[in-house]
Design a protein around this ligand. Structure first.
Ligand SMILES: [Zn+2]
Length: 149
């Protein structure tokens, strides 16, 4: 990366408003979020959805601009937490739900669906959701799929 590239890269620290959406353009959103807080989780649902990494925020920091009719939601039976994906192109753009232990209602965008952010420039934290190991918090390296013997 050259100095010039660095200057073109949008600031990835602090609160900024980013635009994003699905592949076909049916779903568009804006989110005001600090990408310093991006994370990946190794639970089965996060892995199946691509391990792209999420950035969470309060619901009022997220604005769905377009695509209410195109969105389908998936959640496990009884869970208040769902993933929203485009019924046309299949891209999962964000999730939302309510986890009291983590501060209540939230929206979490998939950072790979942002228009002008290069995820390779982000520093991810890693959760061990596969083992419901939330108490361990995030760490800077991925957790193994297999629990330690
Ligand atoms: Zn789409």
């Amino acid at each position: 990366m050259t100095q010039n590239d660095l200057q073109k890269t949008p600031a990835l620290r602090g609160l900024h408003t980013y635009a994003g959406g699905c592949l076909c353009g049916a779903v568009r959103y804006e989110a005001t979020v600090d990408l310093a807080g991006v994370s990946r989780c190794n639970c089965t649902i996060c892995m199946k959805y691509g391990y792209g990494g999420g950035a969470g925020m309060k619901p009022d920091a997220f604005r769905l601009l377009k695509g209410q009719d195109a969105i389908k939601k998936y959640g496990r039976d009884g869970s208040p937490n769902t993933r929203s994906f485009c019924s046309n192109c299949g891209v999962v753009c964000f999730g939302d739900g309510d986890v009291p232990e983590l501060g209540g209602k939230f929206v979490s965008i998939y950072v790979n669906t942002l228009d002008d952010v290069d995820p390779s420039l982000l520093t991810f934290g890693y959760w061990d959701g596969r083992h419901d190991n939330w108490a361990a918090g995030m760490r800077s390296t991925p957790w193994p799929f297999q629990a330690a013997a």
